[in-house]
Design a protein around this ligand. Structure first.
Ligand code: FES
Length: 149
């Protein structure tokens, strides 16, 4: 009689903010539990401190991995990496271009939010998105709401 086969899974998630800040989360999952976790990245001192503080938290069930609750750019990026690893990432806008009047990419708006813009008005100042017909503003609001906890 053979031993039951263990269900194993390797998960790698890399998230980045405009190529400057980057977080990579590597997980070995056995039977839904984190068997080994590596969290690395490059960026500012705040980000590196967050990663160091978060490594001991990457234990237990994959579905229960804790995510940062704050809204610094480091916390937002780490939250994205962990939610993607858990299979729970549901970014609310799929097209590459968010503002068609001003030809502003979704990634540019998203980066502005991660970088500190917290309102449609601030996004408009930073990226020009939403400064013409305004029909993209609800999508911008949806991304702000999703990104910020
Ligand atoms: S689509 Fe963004 S202002 Fe018109």
């Amino acid at each position: 009689m053979s031993a039951p086969k263990l269900e194993t899974q390797k998960i790698t998630q890399t998230v980045t903010l405009q190529g400057r800040d980057e977080i990579t989360l590597d997980l070995d999952i056995v039977q839904g539990q984190v068997a080994h976790a590596t969290l690395s990245g490059r960026g500012c001192t705040e980000m590196l401190s967050l990663l160091q503080a978060w490594r001991p938290k990457l234990v237990g069930a994959l579905a229960d991995l804790v995510v940062p609750e704050g809204n610094t750019h480091s916390e937002i990026l780490l939250r994205e990496a962990i939610l993607k690893a858990r299979g729970e990432w549901k970014f609310p806008y799929e097209d590459q271009e968010l503002c068609h009047c001003r030809a502003v990419a979704t990634s540019k708006v998203d980066a502005a939010i991660i970088g500190g813009c917290r309102s449609v008005r601030a996004i408009a100042r930073e990226t020009s998105a939403g400064t013409s017909c305004g029909s993209c503003r609800p999508d911008t609001e949806a991304i702000i709401a999703y990104r910020l906890k």
